[in-house]
Design a protein around this ligand. Structure first.
Ligand SMILES: *Cc1c(COP(=O)(O)O)cnc(C)c1O
Length: 407
């Protein structure tokens, strides 16, 4: 008979042998999950403090989303956009209303939403702004993360994401994040869009200086440039508001959404904007076989319905207050910096103590799932169904890990 402990090892060995090595996962093999808790193949329980990089904002298998998806599975899953189906309309109507816009272009993954936003911005630039053919430029920020396609890594500043993937797509200008005067200087007659994350997630939960987003909005208005906000990780409740741009009362021209929009069940992404911008796309010019499929729309519609109530956003703000208060107690005890907003925190561990990876491995042994980003930064982004007591569990575990290391 197989020992219990061998089940994880076997599962991991199989992945190492046959799955391409494009990730370096922590050594835990999930078998079941509910809410904020994950159970591994050996029956050990873990508190999920990553929430699939915010794709699980509503927790694992939220009953309302599962019910909507299950009902849809029994009825209709896919038509392609060659035909209409009866779930797309309600989904795009309600998502547009949630964002205060009038059009939605549904896609699947986040990277596709970014690609779509770039195509829309370029086309708008040529047809509305009057940029000379093939000259359009988009301003982006250093430290950005917008996905993994060739065009998207073309303007990444992370060598790991770019090395040996060239030649790259031209038409991007990189400026320092958080510096609006750098954007002002970079804008010229070819500029069609500024594409930024209102809070940079992968970079380590970097919150820009107060006033940055509203300054970017003003510059875009003054110079006839689209403000494209990548809210794929920051949006849909995580920061205490539906969109992170709301913290500065800023409304971008295009929202890029993904991750939590699929309710943690299926990939659903979207570009949301007004018809004067998104309306430049006409039949045949852009699309996706699975974009806007019935199953995805059922999941997305359930998510939008939940966010319409406003309670998730308030909960994220309250829980975030608790998380940040508790984390701040660790300042000077092995933690050197904490950033974030709402239920989202980037925690820099003193690099003399350990790497982010080592901290995550030690937290795994304590029953806490988190992931490092760069160097000694770990990111806390538990699902919004977490309780204050569970947040305490995570922070206490981090305290123990830091104390053990310091000893
Ligand atoms: C995750 C992420 C993406 C890419 O989404 P995928 O679904 O992985 O393609 C794009 N932008 C941001 C800000 C993200 O966090």
């Amino acid at each position: 008979m197989k020992t219990q402990a061998s089940r994880s090892d076997e599962a991991i060995a199989l992945v190492e042998k046959h799955a391409a090595h494009n990730y370096h996962p922590l050594p835990v093999v999930a078998a079941h999950a509910q809410g904020a808790w994950v159970t591994d193949v050996e029956g050990r329980r873990y508190l999920d403090c990553l929430a699939a990089y915010s794709a699980l904002n509503f927790g694992h298998r939220h009953p309302e989303i599962v019910a909507a998806v299950q009902a849809q599975l029994d009825r209709l899953t896919l038509t392609s956009r060659a035909f209409h189906h009866d779930v797309l309309g309600p989904f795009v109507r309600d998502l547009a209303a949630l964002a205060g816009k009038d059009l939605v272009l549904p896609m699947n993954t986040g990277a596709e939403a970014v690609e779509t936003g770039l195509k829309v911005a370029r086309k708008w630039g040529y047809e509305v702004k009057g940029v000379p053919a093939d000259r359009a430029t988009v301003i982006v920020a250093d430290g950005n993360f917008h996905g993994r396609t060739i065009s998207v890594v073309s303007f990444s500043t992370d060598p790991t994401a770019r090395t040996n993937f060239g030649p790259f797509t031209p038409g991007f200008r990189v400026v320092p994040y958080g510096d609006s005067s750098a954007i002002a200087d970079a804008i010229d007659d070819t500029t069609v869009a500024v594409l930024i994350e209102p809070i940079q997630g992968e970079a380590g939960v970097i919150v820009p200086p107060a006033g940055y987003l509203s300054k970017v909005r003003q510059l875009c208005d003054a110079r006839e440039v689209l403000f494209v906000a990548d809210e794929i990780q920051s949006g849909l409740g995580r920061t205490g508001t539906t969109f992170a741009c709301e913290h500065e009362n800023v409304v971008p021209d295009l929202y890029l959404l993904g991750k939590a929009l699929g309710g943690g069940i299926v990939p659903v992404s979207a570009v949301v904007g007004n018809s004067d911008v998104l309306g430049v796309i006409r039949p045949g010019e852009h699309g996706s076989t699975f974009g806007g499929n019935a199953l995805a729309c059922a999941a997305g519609h359930a998510v939008v319905g939940m966010l319409e109530r406003g309670t998730w956003q308030r909960t994220a703000a309250q829980l975030g207050e608790h998380l940040h208060t508790r984390l701040r107690e660790l300042m000077g005890q092995g933690v050197v910096e904490i950033r974030g907003r709402g239920l989202w925190a980037g925690v820099d561990i003193d690099p003399a103590l350990m790497t982010g990876r080592e901290a995550c491995e030690a937290l795994l042994a304590e029953g806490i799932l988190v992931k490092d980003t760069h160097g000694s930064t770990i990111r806390f982004a538990p699902p919004l169904v977490v309780t204050p007591d569970e947040i305490d569990l995570a922070v206490d575990a981090l305290r123990r890990v830091l104390i053990q290391r310091a000893a």
